[in-house]
Design a protein around this ligand. Structure first.
Ligand code: FE
Length: 165
């Protein structure tokens, strides 16, 4: 009951968070593919959702994939485009990826680095050119990737725990 509380949050409420989104410590970035990294912000195991920063450097590609649930993005640095669309996501752009959309993220040759905030629900279903599934990522596989990476770089596997709710 809120009226019986001494603190500022209900006892059942998840713990709040305030962190430096673009950290000075390079080890926080988890390698995803050649020239592609993600930096976890919120790993939401209750709703099957996560927020992260995606960083792609020149020539990096985020493989063709589908989301069964909505994705929201905000471009912090650089610019990028989907091979499947004509538009370019510029610095400051908001991007909405509707459920069912299939796309492949690339960075133009003249962009050394892009960083975009993404709020992703559900999962990423990776597809080949014939739309056959080749892989899947969800909040749990993301947590597993973070654990392995943070253990390997000396931050400790439990470094990821601060981002999990
Ligand atoms: Fe996507």
């Amino acid at each position: 009951m809120y009226n019986a509380m001494n603190g500022s949050a209900h006892p059942l409420a998840a713990k709040e968070m305030q962190i430096e989104a673009v950290p000075g410590d390079e080890r926080v970035w988890v390698p995803q593919a050649d020239n592609v990294w993600f930096r976890p912000l919120l790993l939401n195991t209750v709703q099957g959702q996560w927020c992260n920063l995606l960083r792609v450097r020149r020539a990096g590609i985020l493989s063709r994939h589908l989301h069964p649930a909505p994705v929201h993005g905000y471009v912090i640095k650089g610019r990028w485009k989907y091979l499947e669309h004509d538009w370019v996501a510029e610095t400051g752009s908001y991007v909405f990826e509707p459920p069912g959309e299939i796309h492949t993220l690339t960075v133009p040759d003249d962009v050394p680095e892009m960083i975009t905030f993404f709020n992703i629900s559900g999962c990423m279903i990776y597809l080949d050119a014939d739309n056959r599934q080749t892989g899947l990522e969800d909040v749990f596989t993301k947590i597993d990737m973070c654990r392995r990476h943070y253990d390997a770089v000396g931050l400790g596997a439990d470094y990821v725990d601060q981002f999990i709710r």
